[in-house]
Design a protein around this ligand. Structure first.
Ligand code: KIV
Length: 270
C-alpha cells in the first residue's frame, strides 16, 4: 500500500492517479488498475445518494461508504472526504468524526475542504496521527456562498489567497493538496511553491497528479463538468444490458433451461 510518505515522494517524480469510489466492486476495479489513491468523495451525495449537492451527506453515510471501499482495497491509499459541517464547527467533534474513518472504517487519511478555518485543525489532526489532504480552489461545500460552482482564483487577489492558504496547509502538515477548478497557470505556480503533491481536477496539466469522479471518468454520469473526460460509456452499456433483460423477461426467453432446475423428488407433487 502506498503511504502518505510514498505519495509525498512521488511529487514531481511520477504523476499521481486518484479516482473516487463509493462501493466495494468499484473500489476493487480501481485498485486493481493501479490507481494510487481512492477518494471516498462527498460527491457520493450526487453520484449515489440522489442529492442535488454534497451538503446533505452525513458522517454515517461517509463511514458506510469508506468501510465498503476499504474492505475491497488492497493497494491504494484510501482517503475519506469529510462531509459538510462534520469538521470545523467544534474541534472535538471534528477530531472524532475524522478519527472514526481511520479507527473504524479503514481509511488511511481524510480530506478536508480547506480554508482559513482548517489550518489549525489540520495541524491538530496531523499531531494526533490523522493524515490530512487539503482541498483549495472550488470547494463544493460552499455552493450556497458561490451560487453555483464557478472557477476560482481568477483574479490576482483570489489567486494570491489560494497560494497563501496552500503554503499554510503545507506548513500545518497536510500531505497533499487537491486544487479544483482553478486556472492552470495558478495550479502550476502552487505546485512549484509546495513540496507536497498537488492533485488537480479542472486545474490543468501541471499538478503532480489528477483526480476525477469515477462516474464522470467511466461515463456513468448523466452530466459531467467540462473539465472532466469520459474514458468509457458505462451508462450506454448498462442501458443496453437492462433493456435486454426487460425484453428477455417480457418475451419469456429468460430464464431458459440452463437458468432453472427441476427436482425429481418433487415430480409426484408438482
Ligand atoms: O467529493 C469529491 O469527489 C471531491 C473530488 C472532486 C476532489 O472532492
Amino acid at each position: 500500500m502506498p503511504t502518505v510518505r510514498d505519495l509525498k515522494e512521488k511529487a514531481g517524480a511520477e504523476p499521481i492517479t486518484m479516482l473516487t469510489a463509493y462501493d466495494a466492486p468499484t473500489a476493487e476495479i480501481v485498485d486493481e488498475q493501479g490507481v494510487d489513491v481512492i477518494l471516498v468523495g462527498d460527491s457520493v451525495g450526487n453520484t449515489s445518494l440522489g442529492h442535488e449537492t454534497t451538503l446533505p451527506v452525513t458522517v454515517d453515510d461517509t463511514a458506510r461508504h469508506v468501510g465498503a471501499v476499504s474492505r475491497a482495497t488492497e493497494d491504494a491509499l484510501v482517503v475519506a472526504d469529510m462531509p459538510f459541517l462534520s469538521f470545523g464547527v467544534d474541534e472535538k467533534d471534528s477530531l472524532e468524526n475524522a478519527g472514526r474513518m481511520l479507527k473504524e472504517e479503514g481509511a488511511h487519511a481524510v480530506k478536508l475542504e480547506s480554508g482559513p478555518h482548517t489550518v489549525e485543525l489540520t495541524e491538530r489532526m496531523v499531531q494526533l496521527g490523522i493524515p490530512v489532504m487539503a482541498h483549495l480552489g472550488l470547494t463544493p461545500q460552499h455552493v450556497n456562498q458561490y451560487g453555483g460552482y464557478p472557477r476560482q482564483g481568477t483574479d490576482r487577489d483570489a489567486a494570491e489567497r489560494i497560494l497563501e492558504l496552500a503554503r499554510a496547509h503545507e506548513e500545518a502538515g497536510a500531505f497533499s493538496l487537491v486544487l479544483e477548478h482553478v486556472p492552470s497557470n495558478l495550479a502550476a505556480e502552487v505546485t512549484d511553491a509546495l513540496d507536497i503533491p498537488t492533485i488537480g481536477i479542472g486545474a490543468g496539466p501541471d499538478c503532480d497528479g489528477q483526480v476525477l469522479v469515477i462516474d464522470d471518468a467511466v461515463g456513468l454520469s448523466e452530466w459531467s463538468p467540462s473539465f472532466s473526460k469520459q474514458f468509457g460509456d458505462v451508462r450506454e452499456e448498462m442501458e443496453a444490458a437492462v433493456a435486454d433483460y426487460v425484453s428477455a423477461v417480457e418475451s419469456e426467453t429468460f430464464p431458459a433451461d440452463e437458468h432453472s432446475h427441476e427436482e425429481s423428488d418433487l415430480e409426484d407433487v408438482y
